[in-house]
Design a protein around this ligand. Sequence first.
Ligand SMILES: NC(=O)c1ccc[n+]([C@@H]2O[C@H](COP(=O)([O-])OP(=O)(O)OC[C@H]3O[C@@H](n4cnc5c(N)ncnc54)[C@H](OP(=O)(O)O)[C@@H]3O)[C@@H](O)[C@H]2O)c1
Length: 361
Amino acid sequence: MTHYREIQVKRENILDTRELELPQPALAQGQVRLAIDKFALTANNVTYAVAGDMIGYWNFYPREDGWGVVPVWGIGEVVESAHPGIAVGERLYGFYPMASEVVLSFDSAESDTLMESTPHRQALPGTYNAYRRTAADHQFLQQMEAQRCIFFPLFATSYLLYDFLLDNALFGAGQVLVGSASSKTAYGMAKLLHGDASLNVRLVGLTSAGNLEFVESLGCYDSVICYGNEDQLDTSVPAAYVDMSGNAALTAAVHKAFGEQLKVSTAVGATHWQSFGGDVSSLPGPAPEMFFAPSQIEKRDAEWGRGEVLRRAGEATAELVQAVSDTVTIEQIDDVAAAASAWRDLVDNRVAPSRGLMVSL
Ligand SMILES: NC(=O)c1ccc[n+]([C@@H]2O[C@H](COP(=O)([O-])OP(=O)(O)OC[C@H]3O[C@@H](n4cnc5c(N)ncnc54)[C@H](OP(=O)(O)O)[C@@H]3O)[C@@H](O)[C@H]2O)c1
């Protein structure tokens, strides 16, 4: 019997991993087997694990006995098909397990985007059930598979955040404070704001001392301040806070410094997952609100026509990827033990923002 490789993570302690060789299941009608050619690892995947129970990320590829599979953005190739509309050799971009292969189910195969139809996945957000046939994409996109896996899910959110701020006239702020400024989602947004000549807004990055130089080198923040130095923030200018860190102490420091001068507090991520949570409900200034990308998509779909905001996000993302090509060095990991070790490094903040991790098991 043939086997495949999978990395599982202990749900209660995401630093605990195990690497398994599992027997290949047989295909049922409507299923396809994909060899997962490549996938990316960023802090976003750590957040999927941290929010696994809250948002349901463990439920894409459920496992037993307290173990889970963290979903990753990757590209797979169909190696066996029991679906009349899906051919061996087709490549699909989407949400995969950390594994060497996977079996997916599809009802219809008429569109360029296939929707996974396994019953237990239907209650989960549709974005994550969509698999894009890459042959339907522009040639240049087909040629940047690694960049697509690393940056596209993040820069699309960067664009939606940029659009959300513009849509609300920056909430009247003259500066945007960005928590975890070295993260891709953060600097994608900062680059879009910085590059928009119609705006008169200062970008202020908040980061750790070790990433100060990297963040300064990005050229999209007007100033960069290290965690702990929030007293250096200019509180005379009304501010919008967009936070990728989820660090409750940082949020408290920003709210206390600005009070009513803070015009909006948008929580996007939790890169500082060990400091996530805490009661932020009674802080001065506006209540922190979670950014929900699908809401902004829905709003723009109604205003601009279905798909238009994602088309614009795709265009902006492709430009951003070009712009950061010298900023991030892509590393290829081809070994299951090295991939598990890279996961633990990510969880423990040992991956510099200048590194882009691509895995192939
Ligand atoms: N809501 C949404 O729809 C949405 C969409 C996309 C991404 N996100 C979220 O945005 C965040 C950024 O994701 P990304 O993939 O862009 O990140 P990334 O590029 O991998 O970010 C790396 C940076 O995050 C910080 N970091 C990472 N691990 C850490 C740890 N264990 N402890 C402390 N700091 C750590 C460090 O930045 P600093 O030193 O600068 O803090 C590090 O340089 C994630 O939480 C992700 O889930 C949300």
